[in-house]
Design a protein around this ligand. Sequence first.
Ligand code: MN
Length: 327
Amino acid sequence: MSAERYEREFRQVLELFERHGSALVIGHVDPDGDCIGSMLAIGMMLEAMGKTVRCFAPGDRSELFDRMPGAHLLVPIEQVRGFDHDLVVAVDSPTTGRTENLVRPCADEDVVNFDHHPTNEQYGCVNIVDETAAATTMLVYRFMKTVAPERITAEIADCLYLGVLMDTGGFRFQNTDAEALRTAGELVGLGAHAYELAHDFIYMKRFRTLKLLGTVLDSLELHFDGRAATMQITRAMLERTGTEMKDTEGFVDYGAALDDVELIALFRETAPGEIRVSLRSRNDHDVSRLAERFGGGGHVRAAGLTIEGDLETARRLVLDGFAEMIR
Ligand SMILES: [Mn+2]
């Protein structure tokens, strides 16, 4: 990613930040660490500039995120609806649909779009979209470093680091390139707490979460001579262990730990008759194309979709898709 490529856009975004008095920062449904980190970093920058700012992402989020600096900016949906704002900043969201249409394409209000999904629909008035970035927070960092480096406090550095940490799976995924490591290094230099963040967000698990993981691993199955794997999380499993769906982030990666497995699917019964599917690819199989077929999306190696139907229906649809891909 070259800084020059977005030089003009970065200036436009800063100009919007300076010109407007209030901003709504929006993330995608069921926000992850990259989404939350991007939202809070931008939120804190705007707050320090004297702006009125609120951050929101629909769906569930882990309460761990409430420990992050800037978490006071996260508001419930009721405080979004009545919020009179003149700027919208969307983060980590390839489509406005991923924000449950809280973000509307650039028209009568100014919309800034920071994202790293290849399927991004460029819905912003200013679009900073670079699929070569391992995390959206890397683009936010590049923006701040270019136009307002003095505004990157240790608190903002923590939020930006969180995105790189989580979206690279703790610097293990294939997107862990020199730029990701360089960004992480610079952010630690600016005060990000590498150890504490890795401890809280990667290593530490609650007792009940580990018990749930045990039952999820018990559901692990191999298909197509061990080239694909599936796992599932039912409402009953959550009830038995006293957990919630938001406790299951990262579970899909246990399937990806199997050496010869190329494709992995984790099925989550999010509501009766609604199955959310997380897909992972271990090689060049493009799981985002399979996800898009069912209205989902994502990256080549990590994507998600929602299927209306029961677990068996979802399994059949996804395994049929896998069969086409590895044939
Ligand atoms: Mn991301």
